[in-house]
Design a protein around this ligand. Structure first.
Ligand code: TPU
Ligand code: MG
Length: 561
């Protein structure tokens, strides 16, 4: 077979394990899309707009480890950039591929459509360089294989997005055949001597402590080190707390799992266990103003050991070029039991009292929605929680072993979850996907429900209609937090048109919600959106506490110069 630049790219995407790529057509990428279609192992999945295309790929990368989105020049790529920057923040290798102007139009006086109307076509590449770990512009079929391999390899190594643009008259040009995929997927090994030194220093650090705890962060998954973290926990026997953004990255049915650590709004007993400890081993953690609850919950000082993707830091030491996976598994073999924090936790642990069901015809409240969602979560369920009170509702769900949880806490762009749910469901067809989405967030990217209908994905969406931006209300209220109400359940009929099998249902009390959930479980031919109508101020107390502390952090006056 003779390869073209486009079919070479398709071969590489398929070789790294992708079965799909997401796309929106535009004249600068049409020939490229044709070339990608020639690969029968790679299905082309269409999105309603490029922002959603980027987020669909981001969601797919959460399920599959990597993803690709294909868009047209500028009008497409600039919309996708929000999602690509999000993938950077969230440590997800999404390959953004953009069609680009014909090579003959560069360095001429030509003015092209889909550009700023100047002779500069490079601004897109320049922006891409800021929000990806590798950005290449392909204008030669000879160099294309090397450039494509470099971009994909760097994305997989760094767990960050990469960018490739391909001139529209190069996409179908013949090029070299792909060599062995090991050149792209082989990981740089840890530096052996540094690894040994880091493990020795960390084991020494732990030997000197009585009450260490492990704190799990969201980069643990990016490192592919979830199993190794369990091995270290087993070896130490200490308490394991998990940051909100890493929920489900350490199994919640593990006997040493104590709960989500989130300062004032931590699960019962967890803040005490972390505060009383004499050392915190922070594994892949990200401390930002949200995750530290307005800088009120951030382990610091000589008792902190930080193990990051490729770096270990503890007082007096800093080691680079070692993979988290290698570090954790080697350390697990070196440490002695340190289970004092578990003994403490057993003493202070308080079980949540069982929730009583609301009266079936009583006005629907948030707590009743969460109570009815709990039993839906099985080992093969993934819960996807959007920014808003959905974050806090999601945190309160106890996950059985195997259940997964997805959240976009570092980037925090509302609207993420609708396309990310679509992409995730495409990437994980055997999982039950449940999304928790606020009305305000949903309005940004609602169109992608139509793609779930098109692909017949049996996703269940709990749309919490509290008539506004309640999370913002709790941080800082004003008229800008009120939104136009929609007939969310009715919208699904519009998306179904003549052939769709999506269902839209509205629940205003517990009985209606129970009926709607039954109908959702029975609908295997498309998504079911359940609009849960609650009061504007019916939110978790966690959101109120968190909002107060985040608002206080935002309101700090400028320091005097
Ligand atoms: O449950 P609830 O009402 O808090 O959620 P809902 O209705 O989805 O409202 C979310 C409100 C919100 C905004 C407007 N949360 N964060 N923001 C700020 C924001 C604006 N634009 C983007 C793209 N991302 C944001 N986070
Ligand atoms: Mg809302």
């Amino acid at each position: 077979m003779t390869y073209t630049v486009g079919s070479y790219l398709a071969a590489r995407l398929s070789q790294i394990g992708l079965k799909h790529h997401f796309a929106v057509a535009g004249d600068f990428n049409l020939v490229l899309l044709d070339q990608l279609l020639t690969n029968k192992n790679l299905q082309q999945i269409y999105c309603s707009n490029e922002l959603n295309c980027g987020y669909s790929a981001e969601g797919y990368a959460r399920a599959q480890g990597a993803a690709a989105a294909v868009v047209t020049f500028s009008v497409g790529a600039l919309s996708a950039f929000n999602a690509i920057a999000g993938a950077y923040a969230e440590n997800l290798p999404v390959i953004l591929v953009s069609g680009a102007p014909n090579t003959n139009d560069r360095a001429t006086e030509h003015v092209l459509h889909h550009t700023l109307g100047t002779h500069d076509f490079l601004y897109q590449l320049e922006i891409a360089k800021k929000i990806t770990c590798a950005a290449v512009s392909i204008t030669s079929a000879v160099d294309a294989p090397d450039q494509i391999d470099y971009a994909i390899r760097t994305a997989l190594r760094e767990r960050k997005p990469a960018y490739i643009d391909i001139a529209c008259n190069i996409a179908a040009a013949p090029c070299a055949a792909p060599g062995p995929i090991s050149a792209v997927i082989n990981k740089e090994p840890s530096d052996r001597e540094t690894l040994e030194a880091a493990v020795a220093a960390a084991a020494d650090f732990l030997r000197g402590k009585q009450k260490p705890v492990l704190l799990i962060g969201s980069k643990l998954r990016a490192a592919g080190a979830e199993k190794q973290a369990i091995a270290l926990a087993d070896a130490l026997g200490c308490s394991v707390a998990v940051m909100a953004a890493a929920k489900s990255f350490f199994p919640e049915d593990h006997p040493q799992f104590v709960g989500i650590y989130w300062g004032e709004i931590s699960a019962p007993g967890v803040r005490e266990i972390v505060d009383w400890s004499d050392s915190v081993v922070c594994i892949g953690t990200i401390f930002n103003d949200y995750s530290t609850v307005g800088w009120t919950a951030m382990p610091s000082g000589p008792g902190v050991l930080t193990a990051d993707l490729k770096r270990v830091h503890l007082e007096g030491h800093d080691f680079s070029q070692i993979h988290l996976r290698d570090f954790l598994s080697a350390l697990a073999r070196k440490v002695e039991k340190r289970d004092a924090t578990m003994i403490e936790y057993a003493r202070i642990r308080s079980e949540r009292p069982p929730e009583n069901p609301a009266k079936p015809d009583a006005k629907l409240m948030r707590a009743e929605v969460v109570r009815q969602i709990r039993p839906l979560i099985t080992a093969d369920t993934t819960v996807i929680a959007e920014t808003g009170d959905s974050w806090f509702n999601g945190m309160a769900l106890k996950l059985p072993g195997g259940a997964r949880f997805e959240i976009e806490m570092q980037w925090g762009s509302i609207g993420w979850s609708v396309p990310a749910t679509f992409g995730y469901a495409m990437g994980a067809p055997s999982r039950r996907v449940i999304a928790l989405i606020g009305d305000g967030s949903f309005q940004l990217t609602a169109q992608e429900v139509a793609q779930m209908i098109r692909q017949k994905l049996p996703v269940i969406i709990f749309l919490i209609n509290n008539h506004g931006y309640t999370i913002e209300v709790e941080i800082h209220d004003g008229p800008y937090n009120n939104i136009k109400n929609w007939d969310y359940a009715g919208l699904i009929e519009a998306f179904n048109a003549e052939d769709g099998r999506g269902r839209g249902l509205r629940a205003t009390n517990g009985a209606e919600l129970a009926e709607a959930i039954k109908a959702a479980l029975a609908n295997r031919d498309g998504p079911t959106l359940i609009e849960c109508v609650i009061d504007r101020d019916d939110c978790t107390s966690d959101l109120i506490s968190w909002g107060r502390l985040v608002a206080a952090a935002n309101a700090r006056p400028p320091r005097p110069q």
